[in-house]
Design a protein around this ligand. Structure first.
Ligand SMILES: [Zn+2]
Length: 592
């Protein structure tokens, strides 16, 4: 007896496949309801993939390609028409496969989800730079900062806007003054000679004499009052001139007494800092990438794990693999002897050493030779074959010493938001990072500037947690993810895209998931459906079938004994269908 699957009416509400014959499919007619979550199930080899990937997806892709211009089409893979009479009502198809497609080795969870891009924007907008020398915040003054300062002074305060007069390129004072006059400046001001202003013209003509000490170019004088718009323009102009003429340092003198220096260079402690910009935080960009490892986070060097393969051992027990044998063993003895003077615990397992103890072991000091000293000795003896072998044995990819594996140039890590660098955030598991953002306190101004960015981050973080990937860190490399993990990350992207009226096809997305995560995944697939998409899932998972709007059961058996639609309908209909093996298992009538 031939099974007659219950089919929805052929209408606009369905994608109707007529006469599918790919591989083992036996001239299959099947209707797939649109804008629903549809599970295609059946034993392995029953024709599930032939129907979904090789027929439905292939035709969806082909139709999409045909809608493009001939020019655009040449960039797409040539797709053969699947062996099928026709498919009616198909929409653009997107297959989300488990296999990891070729990606750049730099791609990470952060870049796949776009969260990294938004974090970069966030740091560029509201990140604050701190000097690694003093720990003080690096600030630069803008013209409006100076205007604000002047407006905050008491009415009646006399303010002089000026800059230091510096003679440049070996020029004498007269020559310098001559140039200044040609630039349009008319007066200088001396703090050394009674806080007085002098006309440059008079000095040049020899009428007055003035010393070079504490001499300033006087740009403007003003008395503080309720400034009108014109006053403010004039102030801003003068301050701008000051910054320009002095290459960044504008000085105010108030009431012929106090000096206030404003700096519009981004400097502190004798260091020049980079102003935060999105590219400063990108390891994919030459500007932001660590110069030593070029943004890979790893360099070839002495590999800690090869030198100390078993960190449960102490130095005394021979944890340092390269300090063995008659000759090299002397290094271990010397270390034990000398390190004792610095209270180094030679009997403590390496794993239990404090940071400073571990540092002594590697870097030594003036009295103790550490592991690095040992390898320096090795590299000086490379003309001998046994040393070359020694070096090769312990060389490997190791965390880059310049960026400590963060892949960013040091300047990027001077910038913080709420006391955290972008590298700190990227190394947190997504669930912890989400919490960090929940507790993030920003000033009203920062809040306003970052509002949009924070929304985008929040939405993406939420979906990442919803699909059960809260344990991943954003700096996790894409090529180390499992197929299921990368599939779910791709899903988060489509969820955010608000693309509608598309056909999504997924191949066993629940593989390797705990039931709680499967539940979340189903939630995501339903959201995708509710956005107005058709979601077709090849799946055996019972929970997935129970939650599906429609189930298509392929079979009855594998290869030439399969290739037919045995049953189709909602969960209850499948359970009630005696022809459906899947239904019988689900209802408990059969057990595996
Ligand atoms: Zn580096």
């Amino acid at each position: 007896m031939v099974a007659i699957p219950t089919q929805p009416e052929v209408s606009d509400e369905v994608i109707f496949i007529k006469g599918a014959r790919m591989h083992n499919l036996k001239n299959v007619d099947v209707a797939i309801p649109r804008n629903k979550l549809v599970v295609v199930t059946g034993v392995s080899g029953s024709g599930k993939s032939s129907l979904t990937m090789d027929t439905l997806f292939a035709e969806g892709q082909r139709r999409y390609a045909e809608s493009l211009s001939a020019y655009a089409r040449q960039f797409l893979m040539r797709m053969d028409k699947p062996d099928v009479d026709y498919i009616r009502g198909i929409c653009p198809a997107i297959a989300i496969e488990q296999k990891v497609t070729t990606r750049t080795p730099r791609s990470t969870v952060g870049s796949m989800t776009e969260i990294y891009e938004y974090l970069r924007l966030l740091y560029a907008r509201i990140g604050r730079t701190f000097s690694p020398v003093s720990g003080k915040e690096v600030k630069k003054d803008s013209v409006s900062d100076v205007v604000d300062y002047i407006q905050s002074l008491a009415h009646g305060t006399k303010v002089q806007i000026m800059v230091q007069l510096v003679t440049r390129y070996g020029r004498g004072l007269t020559e310098e003054l001559d140039i200044l006059m040609h630039k349009g400046f008319t007066r200088v001001y001396s703090r050394a000679e009674g806080n007085k202003a002098f006309r440059i013209e008079d000095i040049l003509s020899g009428e007055t004499l003035v010393g070079e000490k504490e001499l300033y170019i006087l740009i403007d004088r003003i008395v503080v009052k309720d400034f009108d718009e014109d006053d403010i323009h004039r102030l801003a102009d003068s301050i701008q001139t000051g910054f320009y003429e002095s290459e960044g340092e504008c000085i105010l003198e108030t009431n012929s007494l106090e000096l206030h220096t404003f700096n519009n260079r981004f400097e502190a402690d004798g260091m020049v800092f980079e102003e935060p910009s999105p590219n400063l935080f990108s390891f994919n960009n030459p500007y932001g990438a660590c110069p030593q490892c070029e943004g890979f986070g790893q360099v070839l060097g002495i590999d800690d794990d090869l030198v100390i393969p078993d960190k449960r051992l102490s130095v005394y027990e021979g944890a340092i693999a390269c300090w063995k044998g008659e000759k090299m063993g002397e290094w271990q003895k010397a270390f034990i002897r000398n390190a004792a003077k610095f209270d180094f615990p030679v009997h403590k397992p390496v794993a239990a050493l404090s940071e400073s103890e571990y540092d002594l072991l590697w870097n030594g000091n003036s009295k103790v030779s550490g592991i690095r000293d040992f390898f320096d000795m090795v590299s000086q003896n490379l003309y001998k074959i046994q040393y070359r072998i020694m070096q090769a044995r312990y060389r490997g990819k190791t965390s880059c010493p310049t960026c400590k594996g963060t892949r960013l140039r040091p300047e990027a890590l001077y910038v913080k938001v709420a006391n955290a660098t972008i590298a700190n955030l990227l190394s947190l598991p997504a669930s912890d990072l989400y919490e960090w953002f929940e507790h993030l306190e920003l000033s009203a101004h920062e809040q306003a500037v970052a509002k949009r960015i924070l929304l985008e981050i929040d939405q993406r973080m939420k979906t990442l947690l919803e699909v059960g990937l809260g344990y991943l860190t954003l700096n996790r490399l894409a090529n180390t993810l499992s197929g299921g993990e990368s599939q779910r990350i791709q899903l988060t992207k489509f969820l955010g895209s608000n693309l509608t009226d598309s056909l999504y096809i997924l191949d066993e997305p629940s593989i390797g998931l705990h039931s709680r995560d499967t539940e979340r995944l189903i939630g995501v697939l339903k959201s995708l459906r509710d956005l107005g998409n058709t979601v077709v899932v090849v799946e055996h998972d019972e929970m997935m079938m129970r939650e599906a709007d429609y189930i298509i059961d392929m079979g009855p058996l594998a290869s030439h004994l399969g290739g037919e639609v045995v049953a189709a309908g909602n969960y209850e209909e499948i359970i009630g269908n005696k022809m459906s093996l899947t239904g019988q298992y689900l209802s408990g009538a059969l057990s595996i």
